[in-house]
Design a protein around this ligand. Sequence first.
Ligand SMILES: Cc1cc2nc3c(=O)[nH]c(=O)nc-3n(C[C@H](O)[C@H](O)[C@H](O)COP(=O)(O)OP(=O)(O)OC[C@H]3O[C@@H](n4cnc5c(N)ncnc54)[C@H](O)[C@@H]3O)c2cc1C
Length: 395
Amino acid sequence: MPPEQDGIVIVGAGAAGHTTAAGLRRHGWTGRIRLVHGEDGPPINRTLVDTGLLPGLLAVGQIALPPLDDVELVHARAVALDPETRSVALSSGQVLTGEALVLATGSAPRALDPSVEVDGDVPLHVLHTADDAARLRTAVAALDAPRIAVLGAGFIGAEVASLWATGARVTLVGRSALPLREAVGEAIAARLAALHAERVDARLGSRVVAVRSTPGGAAPARVELVGADGALEAVDVDLVVVAVGAAPAAAWAGFPAAIPADDRLRVPGMPGVYAVGGAAAPEVDGAPLRVDHWDAAAAQGAHVAQAVLHDLGLAADPGPWRPTAGFTLMAHGAVVSGRGAWAPGADVTVEAVGDGLLASARDASGTLVGVAGWNAGRAVAEAAARIRTAAAPVV
Ligand SMILES: Cc1cc2nc3c(=O)[nH]c(=O)nc-3n(C[C@H](O)[C@H](O)[C@H](O)COP(=O)(O)OP(=O)(O)OC[C@H]3O[C@@H](n4cnc5c(N)ncnc54)[C@H](O)[C@@H]3O)c2cc1C
């Protein structure tokens, strides 16, 4: 006998899952909602893990997402998906079955490339959960003038490196000489790279080849890298933070990469199953597009709530999901923000906005498709309103 369906099950209680649950209630769903959260502690605003929790500016309770009325929070890990019955098996042994199932498990930190030799007992820190932040904070606090290697100079690496620009010796290693150029254009990426060079030991354009423990050495660990000039370099450090990006957390559901979804966020071939947020790659203009930013995940959650209810015959069709959200990054006191697309080949113009910069990207027809700012948040917000909404987003 098939399991009894009971309400709507949402797996993942972050930006996308939380907003899905809130959206279902807003659209009038009165049935049961179960929201599965796979971490200890409350569901959190993850964007504040590095900028709020890690420096000790905020406590976990202050970054918790607001509890939702009449939504059951289930603390467990999902371990398997049965799309036929729309069931999810949990680590607790429980099986949840819904009239609709929304997969919103976000992403997980990528590991170092397997070509990087890691030997010995080197503590490699990542930064994703509140526990990760607590562990890293404790490790840093135990050291006097710690030497920290941050491997990866993308969004999280940039923010983390800038936290300890004083009071510690930070070595920031990035593969690109101009990190984030694809997301914000060359002019703004160059300003960020220059600021990194001023504030930390920036090894941009470098490739890590090994991380070794060095018991009895000058420091507990040694990072070996090939520098921008091709020479082998070594940096002695007390601890290593790996910030080389995040991959979709979808393997538990049988997806080796991002979960595919159509433009209503439905998983193809799995009726009643939907996917949103960092775990998903919905179709935009015929191509899959994964966007792992908070606002985009929240927007997908709001959209899928209506799509689910539409498919159950309870709401109007929300139409195709279109990515329009952006991001904000804070590093060394500078604010980098972006909205819309930076498609390769876009025509980019840059103008001064006070001490900041506003970069605008236009497609071949001259249509504004993306903007990015360096200390120009207001100008970005104003320009964003003129972006063609059909644009693909910053990824
Ligand atoms: C340190 C850090 C800083 C960031 N800063 C920014 C920023 O400044 N701006 C920005 O736009 N974005 C930022 N991001 C990215 C942003 O947090 C994500 O894009 C966003 O949280 C994605 O939302 P989501 O709902 O898909 O996933 P999440 O918000 O990560 O939520 C995932 C949910 O799924 C649960 N889960 C995962 N696996 C399982 C499982 N197997 N079983 C059950 N539950 C599971 C988790 O416990 C959680 O409840 C940052 C990310 C990190 C890690």
